[in-house]
Design a protein around this ligand. Structure first.
Ligand SMILES: Nc1nc2c(ncn2[C@@H]2O[C@H](COP(=O)(O)OP(=O)(O)OP(=O)(O)O)[C@@H](O)[C@H]2O)c(=O)[nH]1
Ligand SMILES: [Mg+2]
Length: 192
């Protein structure tokens, strides 16, 4: 399998005026805490140490930029719906990620991760609606597909599609068994 090559960590952004100066087409990971956004970046680049992965929700707390082959950025966002975070940290992170998503004309595509085993949460729906309203191109990633049998994968995808009122593509994905990696890489290559 061909993975993304020449990936490197650029920076963690904690404040609105601290985004990288170099402009590149940008692909963004969005989804609730612990759904597997950071692992997704590691799966595409075949590098388990690139993005930090957590066993418990709330691992990523900043907007993390990864430069891929000097062609584009993959951007890892903090997950939403993590209840243990303090109210002020939650507000800071929400305001930072909203302003990043709203004011960034270089965003080519959002990969919107949901857990293939569960129905989308209220927060998932709100976020997906918001992205649709902003007309940000989006692919839904039904993640952790390794946890379901092949026959169940199809049903889950239909449920997710219905519940999100999604017309976008849905890709069954797994960082563990690498299902969907090629589809995602193809999608990126078609958009840069
Ligand atoms: N079985 C399975 N586990 C996965 C997969 N992707 C991620 N995980 C696990 O899910 C947990 C969370 O993964 P992360 O990649 O840190 O999730 P995240 O969305 O970045 O989480 P936050 O940074 O908290 O928003 C880790 O224990 C991962 O090993 C997958 O495709 N299959
Ligand atoms: Mg993360």
């Amino acid at each position: 399998m061909e993975y993304l090559i020449n990936s490197k960590f650029v920076k963690s952004v904690f404040k609105k005026n601290d985004f990288p100066e170099e402009v590149l087409p940008t692909f963004v990971l969005v989804g609730k805490s612990n759904v597997g956004k950071s692992s997704f970046i590691n799966a595409l680049t075949n590098n388990k140490k690139l993005a930090k992965v957590g066993n418990s929700p709330g691992k990523t707390r900043s907007i993390n930029y990864f430069n891929i082959n000097n062609e584009f950025y993959l951007v890892d966002l903090p997950g939403y719906g993590y209840s243990k975070m303090s109210k002020s940290e939650k507000e800071n992170i929400n305001s930072l990620t909203n302003s990043f998503l709203e004011n960034n004309s270089f965003i080519k595509h959002v990969f919107f991760l949901v857990d293939i085993r569960h129905e989308p949460t209220v927060n998932d729906r709100a976020m997906y609606d918001w992205l649709s309203e902003k007309e940000i191109p989006c692919t839904i990633i039904a993640n952790k597909a390794d946890k379901l049998s092949k026959s169940k994968i199809e049903n889950s995808i239909k449920t997710i599609q219905k519940q999100l009122f999604a017309s976008d593509d849905i890709i069954a994905f797994s960082s563990d068994n690498k299902a969907g990696v090629e589809d995602v890489i193809l999608k990126i290559k078609n958009e840069i």
